[in-house]
Design a binder for this molecule. Structure first.
Ligand SMILES: NC(=O)c1ccc[n+]([C@@H]2O[C@H](COP(=O)([O-])OP(=O)(O)OC[C@H]3O[C@@H](n4cnc5c(N)ncnc54)[C@H](OP(=O)(O)O)[C@@H]3O)[C@@H](O)[C@H]2O)c1
Length: 314
């Protein structure tokens, strides 16, 4: 059935300015790492994406190698653009990335100009887009000169294939260098993507969030629910069909007694505030000064619906 977006889609969501930029991001953004690959049910992926857009989620986060197989999440996204979302393109803020292994041989990984340029062209083709709103270097490459990676990002913006650029998982000193290099070329870094959640506060401890704040760069937190650990999913075992039951990215050995105790403790704190553990975990992140958005994943519209309740609390 033809998709007609909900007229009230902007009524509940709150939007936050991304650093010192003109871009407003929804407090909750949607990631395509899982649940949008060719192995997943297209009908369910479509329901999740429609639900997200209908409830004010305007920011969608992809990467060249999301799937599986690699590239297929972008293909799913492209199909959704063609079938449902083309009329809404200008209401959407779409990101993709390159930095991890994507195709065989020496030019399909890390941070060379060769890889980033070719990868973005491939992504645009798969996503059925003329440009993305945001293109990221997905990880720091210790072997490629930083200037090469960063100049490729600058040139990508100048070519019109991306409107803004960001970096993900870069260490502090390289991040500082990147922010300065990009600012001096009038293509300021829009956003840093890193993992902050109740179980992993590394970007706060290492000073990356503080640097972003000082430099006017936005920060978006990926895996804000620690892939589901910070929800009620694993409080009483490992349910069938859960990410941990599939065991590739979230392994059962990550659910140690210590982690389980922490989750139970956070769950008790959440209940004392009348919140679910997921709501508690997301609102904790959004209270950190400098965080623009949380980038959640969802395997059903019900999960997204539950997680979106926090937009009324933050
Ligand atoms: N820059 C990077 O290197 C990087 C790395 C990782 C992720 N990311 C981005 O961040 C996005 C989000 O990552 P993520 O998927 O790990 O995020 P997450 O929000 O921490 O975890 C999402 C998973 O948690 C479970 N879940 C979510 N809400 C739930 C609820 N209310 N109740 C029960 N279970 C719930 C679901 O897993 P089940 O499958 O068990 O239902 C869901 O797929 C990715 O899609 C990607 O765009 C970026």
């Amino acid at each position: 059935m033809k998709f007609i977006a909900n007229q009230h889609r902007y009524d509940e969501m709150k939007y936050e300015r991304c650093g010192r930029s003109g871009v407003l991001l929804p407090k909750v953004s949607l990631g395509f790492w899982h649940n949008f690959g060719a192995i997943d049910d297209f009908g369910r992926s479509r329901q999740i994406m429609r639900y997200a857009f209908d409830h004010g989620i305007t920011h969608f986060d992809l990467a060249n190698n999301y799937g599986p197989p690699y590239g297929s999440a972008e293909e799913t996204f492209g199909k959704l653009m063609d079938e449902d979302f083309r009329p809404y393109r200008d209401e959407m803020f779409i990101a993709t990335k390159a930095g991890y292994d994507m195709w065989p041989g020496p030019y399909g990984n890390w941070g060379s100009r060769k890889y980033l340029m070719a990868s973005l062209d491939q992504s645009l083709h798969r996503m059925s887009l003329d440009y993305v709103d945001l293109f990221y270097s997905h990880r720091y490459d210790p072997e490629t000169p930083l200037e090469e990676t960063l100049q490729a990002l600058v040139d990508i913006v100048r070519s019109g294939k991306a409107l803004y650029i960001g970096i993900s998982r870069w260490p502090l000193e390289a991040t500082r260098f990147a922010f300065q290099y990009l600012r001096e070329r009038d293509v300021p870094c829009l956003i840093y993507q890193g993992r902050i959640n109740l179980l992993d506060r590394t970007p706060i401890e290492e000073g990356i969030l503080e640097l972003c704040r000082q430099e006017g760069v936005g920060f978006i937190s990926f895996s804000p629910l620690a892939q589901g650990l910070l929800t009620d999913r694993y409080l009483y075992g490992i349910p069938e069909g859960s990410r941990m039951s599939k065991g590739k990215f979230l392994r059962s050995d990550m659910l140690t007694d210590e982690v389980l105790q922490k989750i139970q403790q956070y769950n008790a704190e959440a209940q004392a505030e009348g919140l679910s553990l997921a709501e508690y975990a997301l609102s904790w992140i959004l209270r950190q000064k400098g965080v623009s958005s949380v980038l959640v994943g969802a395997s059903s519209t019900e999960q997204l619906q539950k997680n979106l309740r926090i937009t009324t609390q933050v």
